[in-house]
Design a protein around this ligand. Structure first.
Ligand SMILES: Cc1cc2nc3c(=O)[nH]c(=O)nc-3n(C[C@H](O)[C@H](O)[C@H](O)COP(=O)(O)OP(=O)(O)OC[C@H]3O[C@@H](n4cnc5c(N)ncnc54)[C@H](O)[C@@H]3O)c2cc1C
Length: 393
C-alpha cells in the first residue's frame, strides 16, 4: 500500500529522482518516490559523469562507488577526421576528480539506487501519476498502481518524470523550445578504433558531428547527428558514419551492444517552481547530448533541491528557499543549452573555406591556455558551480 500523506512526492526514479530521494532519506526528510516502470531501465544512455557532478554526489555518498565502476578519461580531443585541432586536458581541474568518468547511465542509476536502499529508502515501482492539483495543504495527486487508483496528499510534488513530465503539465509550466533538425544516433559498439581508449574524441564533419567515448567494458559510445537516419541503426550504418567522418584508416565496427535513434529537443521550463510543484532534470531542461551535460545538470538540480527541501521541511526555513532553488538552477540549464548549441553549430560547418578558417582558429586556440581552461571548466560543470549554491538566510 502506498502512503496517503507525505511531505515530498517525487515522481520518477531516473537518475535525478533517485538522487533526490537519497538526499532526503539521508537528511531524514519524509518523502515518497514513485516510478511507473516495474523494473529499472537497463540501457546505456548518458555515458559520462563530470567532475562537478562527482563533487555534488558526495552529499549522498555515492561518488566512490561511481569512481570504482567507471573509466576515467583525462583528454577531450576535437578532430577533423584524424587531425587533432584542440586537445583539452582535465589534469589541472581544481577538483579531486580531474577527468571525465565514463559509465553507462544504467550503472549510475543502479549505484544511486543501491545507496538509497542502504540508507533505508526505496522506490515504489509500478505507480503511475495520472494528474495533480494544488490545494490548501499542498497538492492532491492521483496515482494508479496494481491495487487500483488512489489519491496522495503531499506538501510538495517534484517532477523528476522526464521530458514529457506530467507534473510540469499539471502545474501549467511552459516548456519553450524546439526539436533540432537532425536526428541523433547513439550506439555502444565494439570496434577497432585507432585513436584508442585514452581520449573522448569529438569529430567535426560537414556530414554532422560524432563523439566517440570509451566505456568501462572496452566498448565505445558513438553519438552522431544524421539528417536521414535509419530507424534501427546496424553495424553497417555505424561503420558508414565512422568511415565518412572518422580517421582515414583502421576503423572496423565488429558488434553493436545497444543502439538508439532519437530526435532531440532544446527546451527549458519557464520556471522550476509553481506553488507546490517543483521541476528538475529532463522535466525542466532538455538539449543535445553532444556535450554530455543532460543527466549531469539534472543530478546537480537534485542535490541542490534536496538541500533546499531539507531546510524548508525539516528545519522550518521559509518556503521562499524553494524559489531560490528555482532562480539559482535555471541559469545553469540556460548556459548548458547555449554550450550544446554552439558545439553543434561549430561542429557541422558545411562550407569548405569556413571549415578551413574554423580549423585554423581552433589550432590557434589550442595554444591558448586561458581559453582551454575555460572550456574544460565548462565541460566539467565546475564553471557553473556558482549555480549549485543557494543564498543562505
Ligand atoms: C536514447 C537516449 C540517449 C541519451 N544519451 C545521453 C547522453 O549521451 N548524455 C547525456 O547527458 N544525456 C543523455 N540522455 C539524456 C539522459 O538520459 C537524461 O538527461 C536523464 O535520463 C534525465 O534524467 P531524469 O531523472 O531527469 O529523467 P528520466 O531519466 O527521463 O527519468 C524519468 C522517470 O520518470 C518516470 N515517469 C515518467 N512519467 C511518470 C509518471 N506519470 N508516473 C510515474 N513515473 C513516471 C519514467 O519512467 C522515468 O523512469 C539520453 C537519453 C536517451 C533517451
Amino acid at each position: 500500500m502506498i502512503p496517503v500523506e507525505t511531505q515530498v512526492l517525487i515522481v520518477g526514479a531516473g537518475p535525478t529522482g533517485l538522487a533526490l530521494a537519497a538526499a532526503l532519506q539521508r537528511a531524514g526528510v519524509d518523502h515518497l518516490l514513485v516510478e511507473v516502470l516495474q523494473t529499472a531501465q537497463t540501457t546505456s544512455r548518458a555515458g559520462v559523469v563530470h567532475a562537478h557532478t562527482l563533487e555534488m554526489l558526495q552529499a549522498i555518498g555515492v561518488t566512490d562507488a561511481l569512481e570504482a565502476h567507471g573509466t576515467p578519461v583525462s583528454h577531450f580531443v576535437v578532430r577533423d577526421h584524424d587531425q587533432a585541432l584542440l586537445d583539452l586536458s582535465f589534469d589541472d581541474l581544481p577538483s579531486p576528480y580531474r577527468h571525465l568518468l565514463m559509465i553507462p547511465q544504467s550503472s549510475t542509476e543502479a549505484l544511486i539506487e543501491t545507496r538509497l536502499q542502504a540508507l533505508g529508502g526505496s522506490v515504489h515501482r509500478g505507480v503511475s501519476v495520472l494528474g495533480a492539483v494544488a490545494d490548501a495543504n499542498g497538492a492532491t495527486v492521483r496515482v494508479r498502481s496494481a491495487t487500483g487508483e488512489q489519491m496522495i496528499h503531499p506538501r510538495y510534488v517534484v517532477g523528476a518524470d522526464g521530458m514529457h513530465s506530467i507534473v510540469r503539465e499539471a502545474a501549467g509550466i511552459g516548456f519553450k523550445g524546439a526539436a533540432y533538425g537532425e536526428s541523433f544516433v547513439l550506439a555502444d559498439v565494439r570496434m577497432d578504433w585507432p585513436l584508442g581508449a585514452k581520449e573522448v574524441s569529438l569529430l567535426f564533419s560537414p556530414e554532422g558531428l560524432v563523439v566517440i567515448a570509451p566505456l568501462p567494458d572496452g566498448s565505445y559510445r558513438v553519438v552522431a547527428t544524421l539528417d536521414d537516419a535509419p530507424k534501427k541503426p546496424g553495424i553497417d550504418d555505424i561503420q558508414a558514419i565512422l568511415s565518412a567522418r572518422g580517421p582515414a584508416q583502421g576503423v572496423r565496427v565488429t558488434d553493436i551492444l545497444w543502439a538508439s535513434l532519437f530526435r532531440v529537443h532544446h527546451r527549458l521550463a519557464d520556471t522550476y517552481r509553481k506553488g507546490p510543484f517543483l521541476l528538475m532534470g529532463d522535466a525542466a531542461h532538455v538539449h543535445s547530448p553532444a556535450g554530455g551535460q543532460g543527466m549531469n545538470t539534472g543530478i546537480v538540480d537534485a542535490i541542490v533541491l534536496g538541500g533546499a527541501l531539507t531546510r524548508v521541511v525539516r528545519d522550518g526555513a521559509p518556503d521562499t528557499v524553494l524559489d531560490d532553488y528555482a532562480r539559482t538552477r535555471r541559469p545553469a540549464a540556460q548556459e548548458v543549452l547555449a554550450l550544446a548549441g554552439r558545439l553543434t553549430r561549430v561542429a557541422t560547418v558545411h562550407s569548405v573555406p569556413l571549415r578551413k578558417l574554423r580549423n585554423l582558429i581552433l589550432r590557434a586556440l589550442d595554444r591558448a591556455p586561458g581559453f582551454k581552461r575555460g572550456l574544460a571548466m565548462g565541460f566539467s560543470g565546475l564553471g557553473r558551480a556558482r549555480y549549485s549554491v543557494l543564498p543562505q538566510a
